[in-house]
Design a protein. Structure first.
Length: 218
């Protein structure tokens, strides 16, 4: 069966690259939590993108960037741990790899902390990301994220399954990606595992990733 998107793998192109797919539609490379993938652009999205690029001017924003020597190797390793990343190299290499892997989920203050360790292209993307978060804040997460109303440890099995079903349906509708949370699986998982599964959807990672999808791809 012929794939609908472009034949080439999304991993070999920079994020934001647009190509025509095998189905005749335009597709764009996006960064997910674990890898790059093709995402189909509809006509409304293309028209909106063209209109913004021609007419919209973003408010000026000055990055409160730290100097390269302001962040120690130990501090940088703490950042890697914070974002569930682990690799070695120079400070520049570690910061740049962290940005490539976790860009959408890095907090503004941490982006500013590693800013001068990033390459020029990453600096532009970091600046734009912070501007977007400030100028285009997401207030309606459309079911993709919400703060917990009670501690996860106090949720009943029924509450956990109901919440996971809600998050699953919202994420699959917006991203068109399978969340691997079928009713059969949820009903078969032990309660402790359900608690582990739901932690992501209440996390800052989920919040930032949801904002990325809602701001740029919906």
């Amino acid at each position: 069966m012929t794939r609908q998107g472009p034949s080439e793998s999304a991993t070999i192109f920079p994020v934001g690259t647009k190509k025509r797919g095998n189905d005749g539609n335009n597709w764009i490379v996006i960064q997910t939590k674990n890898s790059k993938r093709w995402s189909k652009l509809n006509n409304n999205t293309l028209q909106k993108t063209k209109k913004i690029s021609k007419t919209k001017k973003t408010k000026n924003y000055t990055i409160k960037k730290s100097k390269k020597n302001d962040i120690s190797v130990d501090k940088l390793r703490q950042l890697l741990k914070k974002y569930n990343a682990s690799f070695n190299g120079s400070k520049e290499a570690m910061a740049q790899k962290l940005f490539r892997l976790r860009r959408a989920t890095i907090e503004n203050a941490d982006l500013e902390l590693i800013y001068n360790l990033l390459d020029k292209d990453q600096q532009k993307k970091a600046t734009q990301l912070i501007k977007d978060r400030i100028n285009k804040p997401i207030t309606n997460y459309r079911g993709m994220y919400e703060p917990p109303t009670k501690p996860i440890s106090l949720m009943t099995r029924e509450e956990l399954i109901k919440k996971l079903q809600k998050f699953r349906d919202s994420w699959e509708k917006i991203t068109t990606r399978d969340q691997d949370l079928s009713d059969e699986r949820l009903n078969g998982e032990p309660t402790d595992q359900l608690r582990n599964l739901i932690k992501f959807y209440y996390s800052d990672d989920a919040k930032f990733l949801a904002e990325e999808w809602l701001r740029n791809y919906v």
